[in-house]
Design a binder for this molecule. Structure first.
Ligand code: SF4
Ligand code: SF4
Length: 411
C-alpha cells in the first residue's frame, strides 16, 4: 500500500484507524509532539486485539496505522495487530522513528518480521531526528526495507515550506530513491516538546467557514479511549470534549465507533465549517492565541450557544448532506490541498501517485480468508455508510510533528 493511497483515504470517515501503541520511545527528539520517554504508558494489548476482532469484512477500516511513541518497542504486538486486522481485510501501516537503525548494520530480526507483516513502513526524518539517528542510517534502513518488499515512505517536518532543510533533504531522497520512497512533508507545530519554541499557528478567521479535515479517522489513544481526531491534547486526554469521544477499546465495537463518527451533529459541523465558525455562529468568541482552531473545538461543549447551533445544523439528513458535501470538497482537492493547510503544500506532489500493486487496489484492502477461501477484492470494498473510499491524509495532523498522523503521534 503506497503513501498516496493512504492520503487519498484520509478524509473518508472510518476509512482509517490510528492506533497509539505506546508513549515509550528510546529517542529524545526536541520536537516530539507526544513528548515520549523511555517510561511512557503502553496500550493494553489484549483490549486492542479484542477491538480489532470487532472489524467485519464488510465493515472495517481500509487501513490501520500504528504509531507511538515508538511502535517498534512492541514488535510482537505490531505483528499480532497486523494479522488480526488483515484477517478482516484491513491493511496495516507502521510509523517509526527508526531508533533501530542507529549505527547502521543489518535490520534487527524483529524489524524484519514487522516489515513482512505490514503493508506500509514509514520512517520519520527531519533535523531533530537526525540528532538522534543519522540520515545515512535511515537511508540504509529504507534500502533494507525495500529489499524485503514492503512499501515505504518518509515523514518529514520542517519549520515551514521555506525551510532550506526540506529542500535539501527531499532532493537527496529523490536522487537516492527516485519515486520508490514517497514523502509526506509537514510543518512542526507548537505541541509537546515543541510547544515552547515552534512557530505558532496564524489566528483563525471566524468569518470564514473552514471545516476540519483531520476528524475522519478515529484514533485509539494509549489509555484505550477512541477519539474522533489526532489532536495531541485530545489523544493525551488533556481535552476530551464529548463531541470528540467515540468510545473505548474495552466497551465499544468498531461499527459503533464509525456510527458515532458519522452521526454526531457537532462533529459533523466541525468537519463542515470548523470550530471557529461554529463559535461565531453561536455568538461566541473563538479562543485566542496560535492554537485557536483546535482550542476552540475543545471548548465547544462549554459554549452553549455555539453547541446548540451545531446540534441543530448538524442534525438529521440535512446535517448528513452538509457533511458529505464538505468531505467531497476536501477529497476533490486531493492530498495537495490538505497538505497546503498543514504547512508544506509546495511538497504535496511528493506523496506520489496512487497505483495498483500486488493485488491491493485503491480502497480494497487485503483479501479476506473465509473458511480457506479468498474473497475477491471487488466484493469486499463496502465502506461504512456506503461512502466511497476515496480521499484523505494519512499521517498529517493538525498540530504535531508526527503521527500517522496521524495524523502522527510520536515516532
Ligand atoms: S478542530 Fe482540532 S480538535 Fe477539533 S476535530 Fe479537528 S483536529 Fe480535532
Ligand atoms: S518524535 Fe518520534 S522518534 Fe522522536 S522522540 Fe518522539 S516518538 Fe520518539
Amino acid at each position: 500500500m503506497r503513501l498516496a493511497e493512504m492520503m487519498t483515504l484520509r478524509q473518508t470517515i472510518g476509512a482509517g484507524l490510528l492506533v497509539t501503541l505506546t508513549e515509550r520511545c528510546p529517542l529524545h527528539c526536541a520536537h516530539c509532539s507526544s513528548a515520549s520517554t523511555a517510561r511512557g504508558r503502553r496500550l493494553d494489548a489484549g483490549a486492542l486485539l479484542r477491538f480489532l476482532g470487532t472489524f467485519r469484512p464488510e465493515l472495517r477500516p481500509d487501513v490501520m496505522m500504528l504509531t507511538g511513541g515508538e511502535p517498534l518497542t512492541r514488535p510482537g504486538l505490531v505483528v499480532a495487530a497486523a494479522e488480526a486486522a488483515g484477517a478482516r481485510g484491513t491493511r496495516t501501516a507502521v510509523l517509526s522513528g527508526a531508533s533501530f537503525a542507529r549505527g547502521g548494520g543489518r535490520l534487527p530480526d524483529s524489524v524484519r518480521q514487522v516489515a513482512r507483516a505490514v503493508d506500509h513502513f514509514s520512517l520519520s526524518l527531519d533535523a531533530h531526528h537526525e540528532r538522534e539517528v543519522a540520515r545515512e542510517d535511515v537511508f540504509a534502513a529504507l534500502r533494507a526495507l525495500l529489499r524485503i518488499g514492503v512499501a515505504t515512505s518518509l515523514h518529514l517536518v520542517g519549520e515551514g515550506e521555506d525551510d532550506p532543510y526540506l529542500a535539501q533533504v527531499t532532493a537527496q531522497v529523490r536522487e537516492r530513491f527516485g519515486t520508490e520512497v514517497p514523502m509526506l512533508v509537514s510543518a512542526v507545530r507548537p505541541v509537546g516538546r515543541a510547544a515552547a519554541w515552534a512557530r505558532p499557528l496564524p489566528a483563525p478567521d471566524a468569518s470564514v467557514a473552514a471545516g476540519c479535515g483531520m476528524a475522519a479517522w478515529p484514533v485509539v489513544a494509549v489509555d484505550g479511549a477512541v477519539t474522533a481526531c489526532c489532536n495531541q491534547d485530545v489523544v493525551d486526554g488533556r481535552a476530551r470534549p464529548a463531541h470528540l469521544v467515540l468510545g473505548d477499546l474495552s466497551s465499544t465495537a468498531w461499527p459503533e465507533v464509525v456510527e458515532r463518527a458519522r452521526r454526531g451533529p457537532v462533529l459533523r459541523m466541525v468537519r463542515t465549517v470548523g470550530p471557529v465558525h461554529i463559535a461565531a455562529r453561536g455568538g461566541e468568541q473563538p479562543s485566542c492565541g496560535g492554537g485557536g482552531y483546535c482550542d476552540t473545538c475543545h471548548r465547544l461543549d462549554d459554549l452553549t450557544g455555539a453547541r446548540r447551533w451545531a446540534e441543530r445544523a448538524g442534525a438529521g439528513a440535512a446535517g448528513e448532506l452538509l457533511q458529505e458535501a464538505a468531505l467531497r470538497a476536501g477529497r476533490g482537492g486531493g492530498p495537495a490541498t490538505l497538505l497546503r493547510r498543514h504547512g508544506a503544500g509546495r511538497y504535496g506532489e511528493l506523496v506520489g501517485a496512487v497505483r495498483p500493486e500486488g493485488g491491493s487496489t485503491h480502497g480494497a484492502g487485503k483479501p479476506v480468508r473465509t473458511g480457506g477461501e479468498t474473497t475477491p477484492p471487488e466484493d469486499r470494498s463496502v465502506h461504512p455508510g456506503g461512502e466511497s473510499t476515496g480521499a484523505g491524509a494519512g499521517p498529517v495532523r493538525p498540530d504535531g510533528p508526527h503521527r500517522g498522523g496521524t495524523g502522527e503521534a510520536g515516532a
